[in-house]
Design a protein around this ligand. Structure first.
Ligand SMILES: [Zn+2]
Length: 59
């Protein structure tokens, strides 16, 4: 049995099965939504670093 969450396009439903229990269509693996924590954290890091530099009088 698949461990990942799958999705039936036909029924617009989530299932854990590779075949939709409702319509028997092959379900597709649902990928996690795209997000970019790197960008967010990069900004935060930049801010933190800047603060650190300023404290040390390096800027
Ligand atoms: Zn279905």
């Amino acid at each position: 049995m698949a461990r990942t969450i799958r999705f039936c396009k036909a029924c617009d439903k989530y299932t854990m099965q590779e075949k939709c229990p409702v319509c028997d269509a092959v379900t597709e693996q649902k990928r996690p939504p795209k997000y970019s924590p790197d960008d967010k954290y990069a900004d935060i890091k930049r801010g933190v670093k800047k603060e650190e530099y300023e404290k040390r009088g390096l800027l």
